[in-house]
Write a protein that binds this ligand. Structure first.
Ligand SMILES: Nc1ncnc2c1ncn2[C@@H]1O[C@H](COP(=O)(O)OP(=O)(O)OP(=O)(O)O)[C@@H](O)[C@H]1O
Ligand code: SF4
Ligand SMILES: [Mg+2]
Length: 361
């Protein structure tokens, strides 16, 4: 998927962590497996998936906080160079914003100090007066006013939303080309989330920033993003233009996410309605010992024999839309449009309500 217009790409990256299990035995967590994403200047890609699916790990790979176990990260088509100078140059272009704005700011320092320190590191040519001007300008860019007053505050004197704006201002201080937002609004009060999304939208539109927006929430992804990529248990399962992916999901897991997200026009089925008794359909798999074949197969009402043994290949669906699902290889993709996830689950159950997906096909 090489393309000169991408500013940042992860190509077929995997990340395995070694952890100590019971009795000190080393176990491998397959947190991300063969994942690919690509970001364009001025484009917003949402990365969605439930807890533990590997979203943060992928963002940390893109931010070069971890080296990938396999695969490569490319900045403007160039593989990453080693060394501290190269890392600093990289971080001047690619900035990661975390979920918790309080944890990201040193409580002992005023906003001015936090921003000034970043400016001193990344713009050593700027004198004191120049840095003061830049601090005000940065705070104004993230709509914190009066900027001169906000600059003198400590983090605890700011609201959660104001703190996250300071975190974004600090990220912008290095004049990045890419922002990686790891659930940047999820810890904020519901009433200010829309303002934050609008700020992110403005930054990408006015400044051509490429944005990776990580979220559990497909509704906010729909609001902000051009494209959506869906992860399940460490693997990418589907990616494509927002309206196509939400309007006609081509992977059963995406279908489940879309159908369970609040949509005033459609009304949402609750998780219970979709999954029934979680014991019967199962929880997300362990990444230490993931299921063979498609990792979604223990929960998938469309599963067939191949799904249990072979990882589904990627099917290209046009316009940058692709998925990994055997339904497309077996000429059965039409089944997705003809039912809801809940109905498909119900069809795999017997009168006693016990899941029968193993024997149903
Ligand atoms: N440093 C690490 N060492 C060992 N395991 C890790 C490490 N970082 C992440 N993991 C594991 O990798 C898997 C993916 O975690 P990750 O944090 O990337 O998921 P996530 O999609 O961001 O989840 P959430 O939505 O809860 O933030 C999890 O099983 C997690 O426990
Ligand atoms: S590959 Fe099989 S188990 Fe996986 S989502 Fe598609 S139909 Fe379901
Ligand atoms: Mg995470």
């Amino acid at each position: 998927m090489s393309d000169d217009s991408y500013v940042l790409e992860a190509r077929n990256v995997s990340k395995h962590f070694t952890v100590r299990g019971a009795a000190g035995r080393a176990r491998v967590v397959r947190a991300v497996e063969d994942a690919s994403v690509a970001l364009r200047p001025g484009g917003v890609l949402a990365l969605v998936g439930e807890s533990g699916s590997g979203k943060t790990t992928l963002a940390r790979l893109l931010a070069r906080f971890h080296p990938p176990t396999e695969g490569e990260i490319l900045l403007r088509g160039e593989p990453l160079r080693r060394g501290r100078r190269a890392a600093r140059a990289y971080h001047a272009e690619v900035q990661l914003i975390f979920q918790d704005p309080f944890g990201s700011l040193n409580p002992l320092h005023r906003v001015r100090y936090t921003l000034d320190r970043t400016l001193r590191l990344h713009e050593p040519g700027l004198d004191r007066a120049g840095r003061r001007r830049r601090v005000v300008e940065l705070l104004e860019r993230v709509s914190l006013s009066p900027a001169a007053e906000v600059a003198e505050k400590f983090p605890h004197e700011l609201s959660g939303g104001q703190r996250q704006r300071v975190v974004i201002a600090r990220a912008l201080a290095v004049r990045p080309k890419v922002l990686l937002g790891d659930e940047p609004i999820s810890m904020l009060d519901v009433s200010i989330r829309l303002d934050m999304l609008n700020l992110l939208h403005r930054l990408r539109a006015d400044e051509g920033l490429a944005l990776l927006y990580i979220t559990h929430d497909i509704a906010s992804a729909r609001y902000l993003c051009d494209d959506i990529a869906v992860m399940y248990a460490g693997r990418m399962v589907e990616s494509g233009p927002r309206e196509r992916l939400i309007g006609a999901p081509q992977h059963p897991y995406t279908k489940l996410l879309v159908e369970s997200s609040p949509d005033p026009e459609r009304g949402a089925a609750g998780r219970d309605e979709l999954f029934g008794d979680a014991d019967q359909l199962g929880e997300p798999p362990s990444l230490i010992d993931p299921p063979d074949g498609c990792r979604f197969h223990p929960r998938c009402p469309f599963a067939m024999a191949e799904c249990r043994t072979q990882s589904p290949p990627r099917t290209e669906l046009g316009d940058g839309h692709w998925t990994h699902c055997w339904l497309h290889q077996k000429g059965r993709a039409g089944e997705l449009a003809g039912t809801t996830f809940a109905s498909a689950v119900a069809a795999t159950r017997g009168a006693d309500g016990v899941a029968r997906q193993e024997s149903a096909r």
